[in-house]
Design a binder for this molecule. Sequence first.
Ligand code: ADP
Ligand code: MG
Length: 142
Amino acid sequence: METIETNSPEETFVLGRRIGQQAKAGEVYTLIGDLGVGKTVLTQGVAAGLGIEGPVSSPTFTIMQIYEEGRLPFYHFDVYRIGDAEEMDEVGYEDYFYGDGVCLIEWANLIEEILPPGHKQITIEKDLSKGFDFRRITIEEY
Ligand code: ADP
Ligand code: MG
């Protein structure tokens, strides 16, 4: 387990960029944390680290967004509004979870039962006693 503390969105972006630079084909990253904690900021860093130049926002109405212009295909899921796991079947998630790109899933705790073994869980937490912009980010493999 690795724990990183950041004090600005820029620092969280840089952490994501490092993750994106080091990511390997077939890896699945999950992102856990409350609304507004910085999941999308970190995701934008990962995309930048993969060499994706365009804007990356949360695919709120589509569950998944595919980016193919980087070093590896990038599959960005945001399952915040998912009703049930069947919606994941409808997008054919297994092709991506077990494919040759890099998956990143915001709100992955909502689809816990289908997460693949070996995925890397990134948890972002606030601690307001350490300031409004403080975030504790832990990375662990499951
Ligand atoms: P989420 O996707 O988790 O709902 P966002 O990434 O969309 O959250 O938003 C995070 C918000 O928190 C942004 O407005 C960002 O500027 C702010 N913020 C403040 N400090 C940090 C930090 N250390 N890391 C990430 N975001 C931060
Ligand atoms: Mg988000």
